[in-house]
Design a protein. Structure first.
Length: 170
């Protein structure tokens, strides 16, 4: 599961949508946004309807409550931050756990660093949360989601080296 902290609707709409699409494509079960945004919910739900799932999105949720609920159900919290420990060092301790991956938009509250079970850096350089999430999920799933096709979608892509080949699923 992915928790997106602090979505600013006018400024972050495209990036938050990309965070959600990466979460879906790379194997997360869903995404929770702390800011209410019905438009992004509609967009992501439409992608899931057309291209398949399962994947869900909720917005307008309290990050504290999400983290508390996650923990009370035995899950672990991973905060993606360039200030964390290298992903390669932490990765062996993450496999087999039910993870809530926290990615920021605005300045992340310092409390998140304390609440997280793992503060993980994909790199210790400034970068995009979209890229960090993609790398993290790819490493967690050993690259297995790169060829994933959701069979319950209305469309699927047939890989081609020359053109777009989109097949409607009946």
């Amino acid at each position: 599961m992915v928790l997106r902290l602090g979505h600013r609707p006018q400024r972050d709409k495209r990036v938050t949508t990309h965070v959600a699409l990466v979460a879906r494509a790379f194997g997360a079960d869903g995404i929770i946004l702390t800011t209410k945004d019905a438009g992004i919910e509609r967009s992501v739900n439409k992608v899931t309807e057309l291209w398949g799932g399962p994947f869900f999105i909720k917005s307008g949720e309290s990050w504290r409550k999400v983290i508390e609920d996650w923990r009370s159900n035995g899950g672990s919290v991973v905060h993606l931050t360039m200030y964390g420990l290298p992903v390669e060092d932490v990765l062996p301790r993450l496999h087999g756990k039910d993870l809530l991956i926290v990615v920021g938009a605005e300045k992340v509250p310092g409390e998140i660093f304390e609440l997280a079970d793992f503060n993980v850096a994909v790199t210790n350089q400034p970068h995009s949360e979209v890229g960090a999430l993609a790398v993290m999920l790819d490493k967690l799933f050993y690259g297995s989601k790169l060829e994933k096709q959701h069979l319950n979608g209305k469309f699927r892509i047939i890989p081609s080296d020359k053109w777009k080949n989109v097949q409607k699923v009946h």
